[in-house]
Design a protein around this ligand. Structure first.
Ligand SMILES: [Zn+2]
Length: 184
């Protein structure tokens, strides 16, 4: 498996751009990156819901949006909240989708807190390729748990090989902790 040279990473450990770099790494390596961004059939966020929760690493399926683990997380437990619809821009979302993405984001924080006890979170959407989105054509809100002292690029590189098992475990824990009721 190809990895990036750590020397190529930006030097400031608190730089926001670096925060999303691992998310982009998988796509830099070409895995799952759509050749034609306008083609829904090539979009990993569109195809994920048709697979099993375990296979696609889906934590929760809502009515209009779903919650999925990032394949190459910056931190353990890096979740993404995505509408089922293949829309790129936040302004493209319907009122109901905005509400559900927000609601799922809030519940995701509660679930991650319960399971993983992070010290904080980074929430956000990268809009457009210039904004740092790996898959710019399909909107996704990042929910990244943070722990004091985690801003070091070495664990990112070192963690790469252990990821598949960690991700399966993490998915199971979060799915089990996800509240069953509609209320959040
Ligand atoms: Zn899509």
């Amino acid at each position: 498996m190809e990895t990036e040279d750590p020397k190529d990473f930006p030097g400031d450990p608190d730089d926001m751009q670096r925060l999303w770099t691992p998310h982009r790494m998988v796509y830099i390596q070409g895995e799952g990156k759509p050749e034609d961004p306008s083609d829904d059939a090539q979009c990993p966020f569109c195809s994920a819901p048709s697979r099993s929760d375990e296979e696609a690493l889906i934590v929760h399926r809502g009515e209009l949006a779903f919650v999925i683990l990032n394949l190459f997380p910056y931190n353990s437990g890096h979740l993404m909240v995505c509408p089922y619809r293949h829309v790129a821009d936040y302004t493209d979302l319907t009122e109901a989708e905005v509400l559900e993405v927000a609601d799922l984001t809030r519940t995701a924080m509660r679930v991650v807190r319960e399971v993983s006890s992070p010290g904080g979170f980074n929430l956000g959407m990268n809009q457009g390729e210039a904004g740092g989105a790996g898959i710019a054509a399909h909107l996704h809100q990042h929910v990244v748990p943070r722990w004091v002292g985690d801003a070091n690029f070495l664990p990112i590189v070192g963690r790469t090989k252990a990821l598949p098992i960690l991700l399966a475990d993490t998915r199971e824990q979060y799915a089990a902790a996800w509240p069953s009721g509609e209320e959040s």
